[in-house]
Design a protein around this ligand. Structure first.
Ligand code: CP3
Length: 343
């Protein structure tokens, strides 16, 4: 029997949508915090295959999600290309910046990333041996635009201002960065698939800050190139694209990129998604992650609404963005019970 996530990705409408959750291994879980303390810092956890596999498995054991997502981070790729990366507690990631040609010339090319990233492939191999047989393993990478926003600013930014500035002031360099990331993301995801990832997801968390032609050139086009190249290297590989906060640009994203599934955030209603996006193929989402903090009747009502609105086509239930550290683990169980009870 084929795994439910793979059936939904193949376009099947299931009586109950399969479910997993972005950031399902994370700080809202006491067992995650314990393993992270054992590893030391976050990056040491990412690069320790046994412990990274352990935290990937924790939400599967606790909740029985239909998919496991590899425990890693989108910023490991720029690190593997030669950028310095560290995490400041309570603040987030910091990177050495790439805003000039000499800084760009110091970056490596696709082939050299595997030296740094081989522990990630090892985590995937461990997971394929240890996951329950009906659980799908999802690999992932950041989309070029989102990763570029961190490389250019050297940190997370509210409005991606430094990346927009570089795009305006030195478009040639900006495009070299996007192209290098596109090429190395293909190599990275391809190695994840060779190690055993069954599906790959491309996180474009800041796609919503690109408008008009910029969206087409720097969000849609890289997603298309990455999807097409991966599918030509690995025929039949399902791809999930997540151009977060794309709004109207979610429409037609399946057809324009070849992605099997488009993940949607909660700035759009499930009824709108059913009408405008789901005709293109499987959709994933889109319960607001704040319900994992607040719980109660509102969680139940909105979960039922998402399930029911998207029940006429292929759907993978998920949040609209990652679960936050202040979430209550009991609310996650309530969401799962509500989904599995049917709308
Ligand atoms: O979904 C999963 O559970 C898989 C693992 C995963 C992580 N990050 C683990 C993580 C995935 C898929 C990501 C993606 C990621 N990382 C994105 C894109 C998706 C999104 O959420 O928009 C981005 C922008 C990053 C970069 C990043 N990593 C930031 C900005 C931060 C700091 C913010 C924070 O929550 O502290 C991280 C750290 C991070 N990545 C944590 C986890 C579990 C928290 C680290 C910790 O334990 O302290």
């Amino acid at each position: 029997m084929t795994k439910t996530i793979l059936r939904a990705l193949a376009g099947e409408t299931l009586p109950t949508p399969p479910i997993w959750m972005m950031r399902q291994a994370g700080r809202y879980l006491p067992e995650y915090k314990a393993t992270r303390a054992q590893a030391g810092d976050f990056l040491s956890l990412c690069y320790n295959p046994d412990l990274a596999a352990e935290v990937t498995l924790q939400p599967i054991r606790r909740y029985g999600f239909d998919a496991a997502i590899l425990f890693a981070d989108i910023l490991l790729l720029p690190q593997a290309l030669g950028a310095d990366l560290w995490f400041v507690t309570g603040e987030g990631p910091r990177l050495s910046t790439v805003t000039t040609d000499p800084e760009f010339d110091k970056l490596g090319r696709g082939g050299m990333i595997h030296d740094t990233l081989s522990p990630i492939y090892e985590t995937i191999k461990i997971l394929r041996r240890t996951l329950p047989q009906d659980t799908t393993l999802i690999g992932f990478a950041g989309a070029p635009w989102t990763v570029a926003t961190y490389m250019i600013a050297g940190r997370g930014t509210r409005d991606q201002g430094p990346a927009h500035a570089l795009k305006a002031e030195n478009r040639a360099l900006f495009e070299k960065i996007i192209d290098r990331l596109t090429e190395s993301t293909i190599d990275y995801l391809s190695a994840q698939v060779e190690a055993g990832a069954e599906v790959v997801k491309l996180f474009d968390s800041w796609a919503g800050s690109l408008s008009g032609e910029d969206f087409d050139r720097y969000a849609l086009e890289p997603a298309r190139i990455i999807t097409q190249e991966l599918k030509s290297r690995h025929p039949g590989l399902p791809v999930i694209a997540f151009p977060r906060q794309a709004g109207d640009k979610y429409i037609g994203f399946h057809a324009a990129t070849g992605a099997d599934c488009v993940a949607v955030d909660d700035s759009v209603t499930p009824e709108w998604v059913a009408e405008q996006v789901q005709p293109g193929g499987c959709v994933q989402g889109n319960l607001a992650s704040s319900h994992m903090v607040t719980g109660g009747d509102a969680l139940i009502a909105q979960t039922r609404r998402v399930v029911s609105a998207l029940s006429k086509g292929p759907h993978i239930f998920n949040l609209g963005h990652g679960i936050t550290p202040d979430a209550n683990p009991e609310n996650v169980q309530l969401m799962i019970d509500t989904v599995r009870a049917g709308a």
